[in-house]
Design a protein. Structure first.
Length: 271
DNA sequence: CCGGATGTTCACCT
DNA sequence: GAGGTGAACATCCG
């Protein structure tokens, strides 16, 4: 997916639908709806309302809807929650937010539109070739940890704290959305590479200075790659593959599986 | 044809 | 209970 950075771009794109009225809903792929949500349920929930805000929590995009009428006491509508899975992309009025994804635009297929919300003057669509994306109403945000883009040093320390032993590998814990929301596979590799920390370090084994260093690089990497335009534009990314070398010291990168995900790291300076 | 892919979840071990 | 592993999901791409 779409990690935190891409979802943030989607959020910015979604700002363009605020204040416009939902006129219809179609769901070419029913699988995207999280049970018990149905097409008619989604339609009844949204048609006639306007989206009032676009928020993001980790990799979850949240579109809040307003009341059906402009009466002062009419209740606000539900929150539309969108998860993008591995290949999901938001398209608003036929515009996408990200230049390059794995299955990227330029290769748009109408067959990949999994959900479409018609709005006055246009539409909001979820494109998703691989069909891991999901849409829910009023998603439970309480299951998510603090957002990685704004996490404080104390919150990061808490997220990495181990209850038993040294804890799981650092990278596995950084990707645990219940502890810290928003980091995915690529961002974690880039952050750990910049911070000079091995993905295998037990998450609870970091010293005070190492925690501060990780926090600094985490925040800096997120803002840096937000400017660059995506998770795939990190310094490590071009070397992240067979035969790749560390851009910092030239050491051959090592491929491991950490927390179930392919991990590329420098055995020389990531300790 | 095969392996792998920016993710989540569940079953099954230890 | 915590944590690890592997598989499943589904589809496309190199």
């Amino acid at each position: 997916m779409p990690e935190l950075l891409e979802v943030e771009f989607y959020r910015q794109l979604a700002l363009g639908v605020l204040g416009r009225t939902v006129t219809g809903v179609s769901v070419p792929d029913k699988k995207v709806l999280v049970p018990p949500l149905t097409v008619t349920g989604l339609r009844r929930a949204l048609v006639g309302r306007q989206f009032t805000s676009a928020r993001r929590h980790g990799k979850l995009l949240l579109l809040e809807s307003g009341p059906l009428a402009d009466w002062g006491d009419a209740p606000a509508g539900p929150i539309l929650g969108i998860r993008f899975g591995m290949t999901g992309e938001l398209v608003v009025d036929d515009r996408s937010a990200v230049d390059r994804l794995l299955y990227s635009p330029g290769r748009y297929g109408p067959q990949w539109v999994r959900c479409r919300i018609e709005l006055s003057g246009g539409r909001l669509e979820l494109h998703d070739p691989r069909r891991f994306g999901r849409i829910a109403l009023d998603p439970d945000e309480s299951v998510l940890g603090p957002d990685a883009a704004t996490v404080s040093p104390a919150e990061l320390r808490g997220a990495l704290a181990a209850r038993t032993g040294g804890g799981p590998p650092l990278k596995a814990r950084l990707q645990d959305q219940a502890r810290l929301a928003g980091l995915g596979n690529l961002l974690c590799d880039e952050i750990l590479w910049r911070a000079g920390l091995s993905p295998w370090r037990p998450s609870g084994s970091l010293t005070g200075p190492e925690l501060r260093r990780l926090h600094r690089h985490l925040r800096a990497t997120v803002s840096d790659l937000l400017v660059r335009g995506g998770s795939h534009l990190g310094d490590l990314m071009p070397e992240r593959g067979a035969g790749g070398h560390c851009p910092r010291d030239g050491t051959a990168l090592v491929r491991s599986t950490v927390g179930g995900r392919t991990t590329w790291w420098c055995p020389s300076h990531q300790v």
